[in-house]
Design a protein around this ligand. Structure first.
Ligand code: ZN
Length: 408
């Protein structure tokens, strides 16, 4: 059976770091296993969305899983909502949301309401279904201060501005239509009414009296952003004829994978944070093949967050942690394994960049290219050359012998 394991190490690529004598965190890290996989495999540099384009993690992941951003992406909200297990229907509008603290004039006092451990009491106070006019709002607690918000009803649009002003001291923005359509105007009007209703309900709940008495900011608002309309996406198995599963810690990646039809597998110790159990994730993927899956996507998050904090030592150490777990990959020699990042994240800029990301493919049928190490510079001369993100899955399918013949 043809099998492929696709691994994204979020924010893997980087720029030269002075403290590493001009090496990147990946080049400076001791990575004997990844170096061996690169040496026995074929390597290159991958431009996720195109040369010089800075990808978001959501659009990057969607592209690398084989789906066109211009067709299937309308905002981050649907993927976040899917990632916390909310049911989405075609035409729904979904948001990323979190609880916040505002004053009586709706000025933001704390964008995360002092980061409560969870949002269960607030969702309970509001109800899991809230009706405004002919639209139903579905709410679900996410991790920590996060909350999923989905609008379901006739004639909705995601062409609206974010109510979240993204800054403390500013007033909550009254959402408005960005394209002037009646659908967008309706969506904005009903969303504004819903958010005011949430504020009215939350400001007087006993939980908040308790929080204020404890010196904590009250949880009295639901901030939403990243509106996206839920589109029909052809499932991976239908499109690429492989039974697919995902092993991830962070919600967004589970959400993207779920939206394109992957089964989401539970994995003990997968946290999406630096303390995550990378070995367990690789072992879970290995087991998934035994369970009959043919295409497994593993997402490892923390290198990206560490780079966004400017923590190059931490990023290097985390890459070494991935390497230490990669003996599991070396034990899977009947499987095509591709490993890359969704984009580069620069520790000096503390941001995603459009710099290409090193990639290797390893396994049966692969033609090794003479590259000896896994890193930004060694992979510049690799046999995959400069590969576009949209071609990565195509090349994996080719290696598996699953590509259609063009011509006769
Ligand atoms: Zn990312």
């Amino acid at each position: 059976m043809a099998k492929a394991l696709f691994i994204i190490c979020d924010g893997l690529g980087d720029r030269p770091i002075k403290e590493f004598n001009g090496k990147t965190p990946l080049e400076a890290a001791k990575t004997p296993n990844l170096d061996r996989l690169a040496r026995e495999g074929i390597t290159g540099l991958m431009h996720t969305l195109g040369v010089g384009i800075r990808p978001g993690s959501d659009t990057a992941t969607l592209t690398l899983l084989g789906y066109e951003v211009d067709k299937y992406y309308s905002g981050r909200g649907p993927f976040e909502a899917a990632g916390i297990g909310m049911d989405l229907r075609h035409g729904d509008v979904a948001f990323r949301g979190n609880v916040a603290t505002v004053d009586d004039n709706l000025i933001i006092k704390d964008r995360r309401a002092g980061r409560p451990a969870d949002t269960v009491p607030y969702v309970e106070a509001l109800g899991e279904r809230v009706k405004v006019e002919d639209v139903e709002f579905f709410l679900k607690p996410g991790t920590g201060h996060r909350i999923g918000v989905v609008m379901h009803g006739p004639g909705l649009s995601a062409a609206i501005t974010d109510p979240d002003p993204h800054e403390v001291g500013l007033r909550v923005v009254e959402s408005s239509a960005t394209d002037g359509s009646p659908e967008a105007k309706k969506t904005a009007r009903i969303l504004n009414a819903f958010l005011l209703k949430c504020h009215q309900v939350l400001k007087d709940i006993p939980e908040n009296k308790k929080r204020v008495a404890e010196g904590k900011p009250p949880v009295n608002f639901v901030l939403v952003r990243g509106a996206g309309v839920v589109t029909k996406i052809p499932p991976f198995q239908e499109r690429y004829h492989m039974k697919a599963a995902c092993v991830a810690g962070a919600g967004l990646y589970k959400g993207v994978a779920k939206a394109v039809g992957f089964d989401i597998l539970d994995c003990e110790g997968a946290t999406g944070k630096p303390d995550t159990n990378v070995r367990n994730k690789f072992l879970r993927a290995k087991k998934a093949f035994e369970e009959g899956y043919e295409y497994v996507f593993v997402h490892v998050k923390a290198a990206d967050n560490l780079a966004e904090d400017g923590n190059f030592e931490g990023k290097k150490a985390f890459i070494e942690k991935i390497d230490a777990a990669s003996d599991v990959l070396l034990s899977m020699d009947d499987t095509v394994i591709a490993l890359t990042g969704d984009h580069s994240t620069s520790c000096t800029l503390k941001a995603h960049t459009g710099d290409p990301v090193p990639i290797f493919m390893w396994g049966p049928g692969v033609r090794p290219d003479g590259v000896q190490e896994f890193g930004e510079r060694p992979c510049m001369t690799g046999g995959l050359g400069h590969i576009k993100g949209s071609k990565v899955l195509q090349e994996i399918l080719n290696l598996l012998g699953k590509q259609h013949l063009v011509g006769a």
